[in-house]
Design a protein around this ligand. Structure first.
Ligand code: NAD
Ligand code: MG
Length: 400
């Protein structure tokens, strides 16, 4: 097996750190080539030093200086590249074989698209890229012969349960014999919270996920179930599946990561600990299985697995996501951009938790007036994303 040279975009985040943990277990087959981060330059310097990265990417000159200040005296410096464009150049580096796309939000889109155009093996954690630009991204994968491997635990589970043929690239129709995809969702921290209490939810309460340790944005998305909405869109693009054949099932234990239902009545499920190192190791090792550091799961101690239908009064954002997917790409871009703006405001203490759904809904109404806006290129998509962000900001009243 040839050595894989890995570029990790967003290495200081939750997925980035788990990726480095798996990578360090396999020095004979996986090597760090490039690391990038947007903040926490001390953490980036520590990672780059420990894993002997050849290149690091930082957002601006001030961050470059903080990186240099944190670098251990006397150690050989990596090359330091600055700015968003450097992310796109890094993924096209001929030495890089594998790109872990673990930037959070639509900010990760240009670099994911560049990796697809460069024909790399892409481990896709950054679901927002696929939500905003599914058609463009899948076309780029098809044309370049890139390998797109899902890292999101649900999509990785589905990938493992599908028939092996033809799923690594960009399928143009659902796999033969498959009736439906069943996406599991934990229901987050507020599955049983009385609805009247949701108005006063704080950022720390929303980020306290019962089963998973994740970045703050995706933790809020899990609480509102925006995350599951984004994942329905992600599944639609990854597996060429119409939205009426994707079902969301609440499963509070987060042990069954998702399922594939076949025409003959079989349902195949993938199970495991709620630890992202399992799907990350699956992507890094594919098609072989490699050690991930995840401990054993003892089924007899688990006792029971529960499944229930989602309550759309409790989770209005999930209903909005299905509406957006039915409406098309303009609405999916609006759904994602509105949510990113609303969640950032909520995390900054400037928007009520229950207003997140209101901001998304207002943007979905507003985007109806933008449907003549072309979406052929990355620039078209980023322009609509930007317009929606400005509109969303105008709907985020702090006292609403
Ligand atoms: P995180 O907030 O912990 O980390 C995000 C990383 O991206 C950091 O390294 C940060 O420096 C970098 N970053 C942030 N903004 C950036 C910008 N504008 N430009 C460049 N880099 C930027 O997030 P996370 O939880 O690791 O999630 C990363 C992605 O993976 C998200 O798209 C999320 O939906 C997806 N995902 C995460 C999990 C999980 O368990 N954490 C599971 C499934 C999918
Ligand atoms: Mg997920």
């Amino acid at each position: 097996m040839a050595m894989q040279q890995v570029c990790i975009l967003g290495s200081t985040g939750s997925i980035g750190r788990s990726t480095l943990d798996v990578l360090a277990r396999h020095p004979g087959r996986l090597r760090v080539r490039t690391l990038s981060a947007h903040s926490r330059m001390e953490a980036l310097a520590q990672q780059a030093h420990q894993h002997q990265a050849a290149i690091v990417i930082v957002p601006d000159d001030a961050a470059r200086q903080r990186f240099l200040d944190a670098w251990p005296a006397g150690a050989t410096l990596p090359r330091i590249h600055v700015g968003a464009q450097a992310l796109c150049e890094a993924v096209s580096d001929p030495v890089v074989t594998t790109v872990m796309a673990a930037i959070v939000g639509a900010a990760g889109l240009p670099s994911v698209l560049a990796a697809a155009r460069a024909g790399k093996r892409i481990l896709l954690a950054n679901k927002e890229a696929l939500v905003a630009a599914g058609s463009l991204l899948m076309q780029a994968v098809r044309e370049s012969g890139a390998e797109l491997l899902p890292i999101d635990s649900e999509h990785n589970a589905i990938f493992q349960c599908l028939p092996p043929a033809g799923q690594v690239g960009a399928p143009s129709r659902p796999a033969r014999g498959v009736r439906r995809l069943l996406l599991t969702a934990s229901g987050g921290p507020f599955l049983k919270t009385p609805l009247a209490q949701l108005d006063d939810i704080t950022p720390d309460q929303a980020c306290a996920h019962p089963n998973w340790r994740m970045g703050r944005k995706i933790s809020v998305d899990s609480a509102t179930m925006v995350n599951k909405g984004l994942e329905v869109m992600e599944a639609h693009w990854l597996f060429a599946m119409p939205q009426d054949r994707i079902q969301v099932v609440i499963h509070p234990q987060s042990v069954v990561h998702s399922m594939v239902e076949y025409e003959d009545g079989s349902i195949l499920a993938q199970m495991g600990q709620p630890d992202m190192r399992t799907p990350i190791a699956h992507g890094l090792g594919f098609p072989e299985r490699i050690e991930s550091g995840v401990g054993l799961m003892t089924l007899t101690q688990m006792g029971r697995l529960d499944f229930e239908a989602p309550d759309l009064d409790r989770f209005p954002c999930l209903a909005l996501a299905f509406c957006a997917l039915r409406s098309g790409q303009h609405a999916c871009i609006a759904f994602n951009a509105a949510n990113e703006v609303a969640v950032a405001r909520f995390l900054a203490g400037r928007l009520r938790y229950t207003r997140i759904a209101g901001v998304i809904s207002a943007c979905l109404d507003h985007v109806q007036t933008c449907t003549t806006h072309a979406l052929h290129t990355l620039e078209d998509i980023l322009a609509l994303d930007d317009a929606i962000r400005r509109f969303a900001a105008s709907r985020c009243h702090p006292d609403a």
